[in-house]
Design a protein around this ligand. Structure first.
Ligand SMILES: [Zn+2]
Length: 277
């Protein structure tokens, strides 16, 4: 399986090293939206989407406060849509999307692939789309699913996978892509693991934010990122328990499973330009 690493939205909030752990205090930090594009027998599969063309054409829909604080670069060339084309594929070749969750900076690309099937945990769908589970309203953008996506919802239930519960292959035909429930940051937040070349790549979404968090012992986290993480929690105890599981997984299987999160520029740069599989 061929796996591409894409950064589909650079975000430059103020705060320098308080956000990213490096750089000057009052410089802008650099965060990424780390997305995987996987070539499978069943077409292309996108894991997370970052921001989309519609967000860049009309940043107001993201909320002026979010745009001011997060300061996304808003470059159309960064979108998954344009990067899929730059790799020589057609956006219509993207048959499936597995967003780790539906927050603003993960679901923006959904409308750019209107025919793709969207695989989401039912709790996330309830929080973001049906709004029957209460989460801060501004986190989710209705425009991201106004096109009426082909949702494929799943609930709890699945198998054990390296100590994680309720893990399921994303389809019966493709068992080298598995969805791992990691709630806490949002109600239906999941990680997605992809096996290519005998090794797993484990995209943990926003289950953690800084690579030092899953080291043993955990390294201190940049201050502003720690505040952000805490403010964004919808279930703090679940988030902490999942981070402990990720740390244990990294300690025991770090050579065979590369765990990374959506926004850490250091992990993205470590993969950048390398295709696996
Ligand atoms: Zn995020």
């Amino acid at each position: 399986m061929h796996i591409h690493h894409l950064n589909t939205a650079t975000m430059c909030p103020l705060g320098g090293r308080l956000v990213s752990g490096e750089g000057r205090l009052f410089a802008r930090a650099r965060l990424v939206c780390h997305v995987l594009l996987v070539e499978t027998d069943d077409g292309l599969v996108l894991i997370d989407t970052g921001l989309g063309l519609g967000d860049i054409a009309d940043p107001n829909r993201l909320g002026p406060k979010w745009v001011r604080q997060v300061h996304p670069r808003l470059d159309p060339a960064e979108t998954a849509f344009e990067q899929v084309r730059a790799l020589g594929f057609s956006p219509g070749d993207v048959r499936h999307i597995i967003p780790t969750h539906l927050d603003i900076d993960h679901a923006g690309g959904l409308p750019d692939f209107p025919k793709a099937r969207i695989h989401v945990h039912i709790r996330e769908h309830e929080a973001a789309v049906r709004r029957t589970v209460e989460v801060k309203r501004a986190r989710y953008i209705d425009d991201h699913w106004a096109h009426g996506p082909d949702w494929k919802l799943f609930g709890n239930g699945g198998e054990d996978w390296f100590g994680f519960k309720g893990v399921r292959p994303f389809s019966n035909r493709e068992t080298d892509i598995v969805i791992v429930p990691l709630p806490g940051h949002t109600p239906g937040h999941c990680g997605v693991a992809v096996r290519g070349d005998g090794k797993w790549l484990f995209h943990a979404g926003d289950a953690f934010f800084h690579h030092g968090q899953i080291e043993t012992p955990p390294a201190p986290m940049p201050f502003a990122l720690r505040i952000f993480q805490r403010k964004a929690d919808t279930d703090r105890a679940a988030r902490i328990a999942n981070q402990e599981r990720l740390r244990a997984l990294n300690e025991a299987h770090g050579d065979d499973i590369a765990i990374f999160n959506a926004h850490d520029p250091a992990s993205f740069d470590g993969f950048c330009g390398h295709a696996h599989g």
